[in-house]
Design a protein around this ligand. Sequence first.
Ligand code: URP
Ligand code: ZN
Ligand code: ZN
Length: 463
Amino acid sequence: MTYDLIVKGGTVVSASDTFIADVAVSRGKVAAVGKITECAKRILDAHGKIVIPGGIDAHTHFDMPFMGATTIDNFATGSMSAVFGGTTSIVDFAIQTKGKTFRHALDDWHRRAQGNCVVDYGFHMIVTDFPEKQQKEMDKLVDEGVSSFKLFMAYPGIFMSDDATIFRALQRTRENGGMICMHAENGSVIDVLIAKAIAQGKTAPEWHALTRPMTAEAEATHRAIALAEMAGVPIYFVHLSAGDAMEEVRAARGRDLPVFAETCPQYLYLCEDDYRRPGFEGAQFVMSPPLRPKGNSERLWKALARNDLQVVSTDHCSFCMKAGVNRPGKELGKKDFSKIPNGAPGVEYRLLLLWDAVQKGRISENRFVEITSTTPAKLFGLYPRKGHLNAGADADIVVLDPNKSHTFSRKNHHSAADYNPYEGLTVKGSIRDVFIRGDAMVLDGAWVGRLGYGQFLKRTARV
Ligand code: URP
Ligand code: ZN
Ligand code: ZN
């Protein structure tokens, strides 16, 4: 037997175990894990290195039109950024245009990704309209592998759904096995606070945070849990930022409700003070929900460690600080914080930021794999194809060098964004090699892959 690849002698970390082993790959799949004596076309020495399943980021926005701008990262640059950060699969968002079908949106997003995306990709569908005819279409999408749907309780007039629409969508997933992903912020209250702040001349970036209080997130989280409970279905909260919202999730899970939530590295590593950087610099961090006051992140770290939060995704949604030709960015909101396109880059930084948390004893190395790969695979219909390195899984393999440091900077990241929210932060750990379905994309930190290599991921529904 000659394998295509053996990753030799590394410390393999799974969601449950850590052990030294060889990982053999054949025809894009993990063929065996253990002491392997057979030959291979390629042997990669991984002694002293960490070998993990490729990261799965269940929340990215590449090539996304939003708030008068389009994200600077398209599927080519965004996925390059992903793969250099050790993420080998993403689930991005197609956006239904009000009055149009899901099909229309899905075709559009397939066109954006196909031939560009380096990593394997799936789509959630953003629901902006949900009349009777869309309900049947939702079932069809689930059958086609688009088995999750994002609804918004924020952004009135753009994305926001009322409770009846949310409840109808939740009820439908009881029939079709889809999963509702919720952006939980009380958008109506937030709009009142924004209008008041602007009328008082409070236009600087810090007012973005001050007009989106924690309670607006906690209230919406509580309401959405109640709606899901009445519909009798699971619910997943995206980009949970507030400790108070986390308490709602924790309480629901304490009642054995199937409630799940992700947080993002920005809510763990950055805080509200970042909005008060000099000049317009705070705009870098304008995202929704906003960064929270110092101290909040400690609550999220604890929740992650004890499984009150289950996933860390990035909500990568990058806009440049400086505009390009025909390419507006954050400066749209120079005179009015509410016009700053919401979002920040993140897909490349997630694994190393969380590996740093392993070094600091905040989470175990097994929990690190669980929240960045195994659980997102399970929740979003990618398991057992992805999310682990047992025989039969896709050979999405990341080799991390735990002894080499990495300094985050706009100068070395692969996103097209002109800033890095973690500029200058040094962590111990570096992504050395990345394989997707057994093919090398990054070797010794250098690009050896092919643009457009990524395949569409047809995801399964809940069983
Ligand atoms: O600020 C954010 N999060 N931008 C992306 C859109 C969303 O709500 O996820
Ligand atoms: Zn959102
Ligand atoms: Zn998002």
